[in-house]
Design a protein around this ligand. Sequence first.
Ligand code: SIN
Length: 489
Amino acid sequence: MSEKNIQTDVLVIGSGIGGLLTALRCSKKIKVTLATKSTLSQTSTRLAQGGIAAVQDFTTDSFEEHHADTLRAGHAINKPKIVKQVVEMGPEIITLLKTIGVEFDESLHLEGGHTHHRIAHVKDMTGKVIEETLIRAVRKSKNISVHEHMLAIDLLHKNNICQGATFFSNNKVVAIEARETVLATGGVGQVYLHTTNPIVATGDGISIANRAGVKTEGLEFIQFHPTALDESKSPQLLLSEALRGAGAHIVNTKGERFMKKYDERGDLSPRDIVTKAIFEEHKKGQVYLQFEENKKSIHKEFPTISAGIKQKMNLDLAKDMIPITPVAHYLCGGIKTNANGETSMKHLFAVGECASTGLHGANRLASNSLLEAAVFATKTADTVLKNYTKNKIRLSDKTTRLTPATQTYKLKSLRKKIQTIMWEKVGILRTTDGLKSAVHDLNLIRPLLPPPHIINEEISTTRNLLEVSLLIAKAALARKKSIGCHWRA
Ligand code: SIN
């Protein structure tokens, strides 16, 4: 039974760049409720180092080239119309973020798969600065009501019409009824043993949408970032591709560069190619990132990475060989949306990493993700503002069987088991037998979880991890041929 009901025009679930920008744009005209499972700033956006890919210098670069780079990285199964829409909105998004208060550096970075320097950034802390700037604006808005530590459990829906969602908050079940609902719940990195993603990236939105019968697609396309710090603890520190854009090379134990053996674009090949190359070379020994000459300015340009490496391994980014490894980084697929962010359920939208807009194809081009989230936040908000009066809230008498757990369940080891299965059998290189065995092993975990109506943060997110893992493993099994970041032996 719902303990408390809230009614709102728009419910936004999640507080990365997609959720915050959607909320801000809607709040100019209507009331918004923004709910997030942790604090506002605990998001993948905050950890994004690289920046936002957007054509800005039209004397050397063009929309056509950004479009072509995106298709080449995505192995041409991207949706060209969506690529065009996103790429052409790049400059507008940079202006929008500047207007809200983000101060980008003057230089543009270069990253893998890009034929030009076109990454707008703030040193190596672009996501953090964007997140903090947007949070300040959200906190100022009188039309946005913020609810932290509110975990979404399920959608409220009837006849394929979404009417909000149920949440777990303060050990209670809360229903938020909304005319329009936006899932901006981020990625799934925590399904893997090794990832750059924060602890909150448990695939909640995808799991919630799937339970309600909303269409998903492309879940087999998990992008492994080739250059995370090879440390035992997860999440692993990301070593931005922009380091390679600034002159760092990938080398083996003898200090030899090997990337040209795999692709003529060398160290700056798209991510799927670099990941596969490092995966192969790792069989022979450790792989490293290294600047050829002691480039001291690098400490100033990449302060987060430089300090992280010093603190974790006592290494010097400018002159030492830094041990690297590929780890799970980004979900290219997700909840299927159209050009306006609309899903297959009426009055339900998806924005950011949880969405599959068709931009990325089989492998995302570096720094296209914050751009995509911002573009679709804009499109979603504009569609919400046009349509929201058409959905009359009529579920106020809605009851739910959800019950907060009254006993403690020990789920840490089950979580680790899911992550290990996914890493070993649904990881960088996938085999038919491995994928079948993953589906089998994951199914054996299901009965070990409490019944579906028993909820709390740990139970519900572990349930989501398991469900999303199964969806990924089944999608990977169904796609028999290697393409992009889906690599079948
Ligand atoms: C990076 O800086 O290498 C990561 C940025 C991204 O994921 O696009």
